[in-house]
Design a protein. Structure first.
Length: 479
């Protein structure tokens, strides 16, 4: 049955690698869940919400179809698909294209000082790296971004890249607390965003898009007057620029999730710069603004990657983790590949809600707008349940839950007062000299001012990101 669904895009290496990664996570989730008799009254310490397991740490495939729902949702979408139809290999539902095609020059009036929207038609795909691969590091653009990092005043720690395979494949790195590797042990950097400060506040995020079903999610969010943070993969942004503009113009926060969705700690410094730089650039080229937040794919970040992101003006933002077995990951990504099912994802969600009501802060949850199934579970079940929750959750984008204006989410509109992006060392006199000068020579010519601005940033407290892969409408990716 799955074979009939093999339409659409085939993203060979990247997607299969990503699928394997997430399958491992799903296995870990299932194992964690099965080892706990979770009940609605379970205390936070025993409630199970997925895992932050790194790739390679957990073998074994779960029996996704055997999981059943263990609680009652407070509400569902009246038009919700049955859970049995939110499954791997499900027939493709109609897609919702960008509801509005914005004209070049349209003005984002909600953001003071924001430039007019660029013309999507002027984007030349050939001027960007191949999709879903870490970009080459010898391009003029990457050389320019390297100069930007070098002139930032930040010292990149001498930490070796990890090898693929996560914690199990890197026992020394995993044990090295000075590395502060979030993947292995959940170590957050001092400036990482891992929760919202106010209790009962949910920093709503969706990763890996924009993609075929993002329009459906945007439509639902609009109906409910909800705003979210979208962590955008550069390779998807260039594929669905109209949807990215729709997200932005609907006043959602747009943030970076890398160009090709790699495990960032496995990359060289130059490759990290290339991943962040190209994703930052395509967003700027489509929207006219440059994000100040990023999320590392798989949460794979350590002090080396953090510092490079900081030097590039990107604030590292992950998701909430209160114990090794209570990470706020719905596991929604794994429905499409068949390593979990919709019921398990909702059980994970229920545990997240239980934990969220018991911690002293707000929270951030990992979800995706990449697949039909992830969008359906979000708009048909998770969001309706969250909206009906008592006491109510306050649901908003990350930048908002931090108490900052949306304008702080972008370089061009950030006044550097409430959320300064690196400028503390810019007074040193050398700041920005190299990068700023070279910024105007960017081959695209589209973002010279941005590069200049970023070049001037030295980065005391900034941050980082992530991204992923694509999809096809119907997902044959995991066959
Ligand atoms: Zn991702």
């Amino acid at each position: 049955m799955k074979l009939s669904l093999v339409s659409a895009v085939v993203l060979p290496a990247l997607v299969s690698a990503h699928g394997v990664h997430h399958a491992r996570q799903a296995a870990a989730q299932a194992a964690a869940a099965s080892s706990s008799t979770s009940s609605a009254a379970a205390p936070a310490s025993s409630a199970v919400v997925g895992t932050s397991a790194a790739p390679g740490t957990t073998p074994a495939a779960p029996a996704a179809s055997s999981v059943t729902l263990t609680f009652t949702l407070a509400s569902t979408n009246p038009s919700a698909l049955p859970l049995s139809e939110i499954a791997s290999g499900a027939p493709s539902q109609p897609t919702v294209p960008a509801s509005t095609t914005f004209a070049a020059g349209a003005s984002p009036t909600f953001l003071s000082g924001a430039p007019a929207l660029p013309s999507i038609g002027s984007i030349v795909v050939a001027n960007y790296p191949p999709l879903d691969k870490t970009p080459p590091t010898d391009s003029a653009e990457v050389q320019q971004w390297k100069a930007e990092v070098a002139s930032s005043g930040v010292t990149i720690p001498d930490i070796a890249p990890t090898v693929a395979g996560g914690c199990a494949a890197n026992p020394q790195a995993a044990a090295d607390t000075s590395r502060c590797w979030w993947t292995c042990g959940g170590c957050p950097g001092p400036n990482d965003v891992v929760s919202c400060p106010d209790k009962m506040t949910w920093g709503l995020t969706y990763d890996d898009g924009p993609a075929l079903y993002t329009g459906e999610l945007l439509s639902y969010l609009d109906q409910q007057n909800l705003k979210a943070t979208f962590f955008v993969v550069g390779s998807r942004a260039i594929s669905y620029p109209a949807l990215l503009q729709e997200e932005y113009m609907a006043q959602h926060q747009i943030a970076v999730h890398t160009w090709s969705h790699p495990e960032m700690t496995t990359l060289t410094n130059d490759q990290v710069i290339a991943e962040l730089g190209w994703s930052r650039k395509i967003i700027k080229d489509v929207l006219g603004v440059t994000p100040t937040y990023w999320r590392p794919p798989y949460g794979d970040v350590d002090n080396r990657v953090r510092v490079i992101a900081t030097a590039m003006g990107l604030q590292t933002s992950i998701w909430t983790r209160i114990s090794p077995t209570a990470t706020f990951d719905t596991g929604d990504f794994n429905i499409a590949g068949g390593t979990t099912n919709a019921e398990q994802v909702l059980n994970n969600w229920h545990s997240i809600v239980n934990n969220a009501t018991q911690i002293d802060t707000g929270f951030i949850v990992l979800e995706h707008d990449l697949f039909q199934q992830t969008v359906e579970i979000a708009k048909d079940y998770i969001l309706p349940d969250a909206l009906a929750h008592q006491p109510p959750f306050k649901i908003e984008p990350i930048v908002s839950c931090l108490g900052l204006p949306l304008s702080d989410a972008y370089v061009e509109t950030n006044n550097n007062k409430s959320h300064p992006i690196g400028c503390t060392s810019s007074a040193s006199g050398s700041s920005g000299s190299g990068a700023q000068a070279s910024g105007s020579s960017n081959s695209s010519g589209a973002d010279s001012s941005n590069n200049g601005a970023m070049g001037a940033l030295s980065a005391p407290n900034a941050l980082a990101a992530v991204a992923l892969s694509v999809v096809s409408g119907a997902l044959a990716l995991f066959l």
